[in-house]
Design a binder for this molecule. Structure first.
Ligand SMILES: Cc1ncc(COP(=O)(O)O)c(C=O)c1O
Length: 459
């Protein structure tokens, strides 16, 4: 008999979870102004808000923490991390930052000015926030097929080379660089192929533009290349990663994802002049160049995480768990962005809550319903996240309205995943009785989803 698949780790330390009643959850979500970010963690049973900084570190990572060098300048932990970045990603220059958006803040301070245009594949919200904060424009060149949630494509995170070519032809004078997000989080944790990356590089070269990778989930991207792209089956993840980054001039990294640490980020680059200019902003915003907002112990854990996170067995366990959630939802007919992504299932809220008007934030409504049903916390990737148009101040309604269920790394078992799928089935079964959504009562001018306050639209 063929043996079933099993995880590539066993559990050495556990943390209790908190069950609750529906009555309690009704009160808590009301007190949280119907914003899932405002809930306390004890009010959540299974927390799929994000896979960012929520994973479990390994015994090797914890051991490395004990060896952290906390010197303000020139710590061995910094040099250790620098060596791993060179070995795995191939960059000579790097700056630590406290997380991914800080890396964006520092690098974009060097590269972006007012009026610039930055083409990319579904820029992540903090990335877009840092672009728009500088009065520049993010132009989305993602392939059109990414908007059809039921279409199965191996590389649904790809950039459309025609769209990119057109944008470069029309606006090249205003384009400081091309940005590639790996995997494409906003389109559903979908990967970008190496064929596409090579195409992007060739187009950028035509116009002498640098290419930057937003690399939060680069290792998951490499796993999909190995599994799905012709010619890569026999390459190791580390070989694929090396090839991916050989096409980039620089990268920003949220280490809280694929480097499996609870906090941290960095910028890595090929150009000494970028490093020199970015160092000034790093010192101003983050800290001295050899720690940049990170402790020595955290840099040590990150160095080990980069190594572990680019191992096939770890990635297979991780991505198969996300796929498992997709398989359970298939049994119940719950629609989501197909195929299952690397870090999350993106539930297609538009297809489920078709009776809730888009002005009443239907993906948020689905998130609240799932929380009420079983204490499971996801996150809206829809109109609230899309913010207002900075010029017209109108709400932006994206083509897709998702409830993202992001799976923390090495944290939950498949029994938890079964509970998530069953709870979502229950909401799905009563979908036609859900007709009212929510209205905004208070919002921040940018990246409003974190702090927005809502009330029932019909109230
Ligand atoms: C693709 C992508 N880029 C950038 C970031 C920002 O990273 P951080 O949350 O560490 O600031 C994230 C975080 O979720 C992300 O998913």
């Amino acid at each position: 008999m063929e043996l079933p698949f099993a995880e590539s780790f066993r559990i050495k330390m556990v943390e209790p979870l908190h069950r609750s009643t529906r009555d309690k959850r009704e009160q808590w979500i009301k007190d949280a102004h119907y914003n899932l970010f405002n809930l306390r963690s004890e009010q959540v049973f299974i927390d799929l808000l994000t896979d960012s900084g929520t994973g479990a570190m390994s015994n090797r990572q914890w051991a490395a923490m004990m060896m952290g060098d906390e010197s303000y300048a020139g710590a061995s932990s910094y040099y250790n991390l620098k060596a791993i970045i060179k070995l795995i990603l191939g960059f000579d220059y790097f700056l630590p930052t406290h997380q991914g958006r800080a890396a964006e803040n520092v690098l974009f301070s060097v590269l972006i000015k007012e009026g610039d245009i930055i083409p990319g594949n579904s820029h992540f919200d903090t990335t877009k926030g840092h672009i728009e904060f500088r009065k520049a424009i993010a132009v989305d060149c993602t392939i059109d097929e990414a908007a059809d949630t039921q279409k199965e494509l191996p590389f649904k995170g790809n950039m459309c080379l025609n769209k990119l070519g057109k944008t470069l032809a029309e606006h090249h004078k205003k384009i400081p660089f091309v940005l590639v997000t790996l995997t494409n989080n906003t389109a559903g944790g979908q990967p970008v192929s190496l064929e596409c990356i090579r195409g992007i590089r060739a187009l950028a070269d035509e116009y002498k533009k640098p290419v930057i990778f937003d690399s939060a989930r680069f290792a998951e991207n490499a796993y999909f290349i190995k599994i799905r792209e012709h010619g890569y089956q026999h390459k190791t993840i580390k070989e694929i990663v090396k090839e991916m980054f050989s096409y980039a001039d620089g990268m920003t990294m949220s280490s809280k994802k694929d480097a499996i640490v609870n906090i941290g980020g960095f910028i890595a680059m090929r150009h000494k002049d970028w490093f020199d200019r970015a160092s000034v902003f790093n010192i101003l915003f983050e800290g001295f160049v050899t720690y940049g907002g990170m402790s020595g112990r955290d840099m040590n854990a990150l160095a080990v995480g980069l190594d572990e996170g680019t191992e096939f067995d770890y990635l297979e366990t991780r991505i198969k768990q996300v796929a498992y959630l997709g398989e359970q939802l298939d049994k119940y007919g719950v629609p989501y962005q197909r195929p299952a992504g690397g870090h999350a299932i993106f539930v297609d809220a538009k297809k489920i809550l078709s009776k809730v008007p888009r002005e009443e934030f239907l993906a948020q409504t689905l998130g609240i319903e799932l929380y009420l049903e079983a204490g499971i916390r996801g996150v809206e990737v829809g109109a609230i996240l899309a913010d207002r148009n900075p010029v017209t101040q109108e709400n932006r309604y994206p083509e897709l309205e998702f409830l993202r269920l992001a799976i923390p790394r090495r944290s939950y078992t498949n029994n938890h995943i079964d509970v998530v799928a069953a709870a979502l089935k229950n909401v799905y079964d009563r979908r036609n009785s859900i007709t009212n959504g929510y209205k905004i009562v208070k919002e921040a001018p940018i990246m409003r989803h974190f702090t927005v306050e809502l009330a029932p639209a019909s109230g």
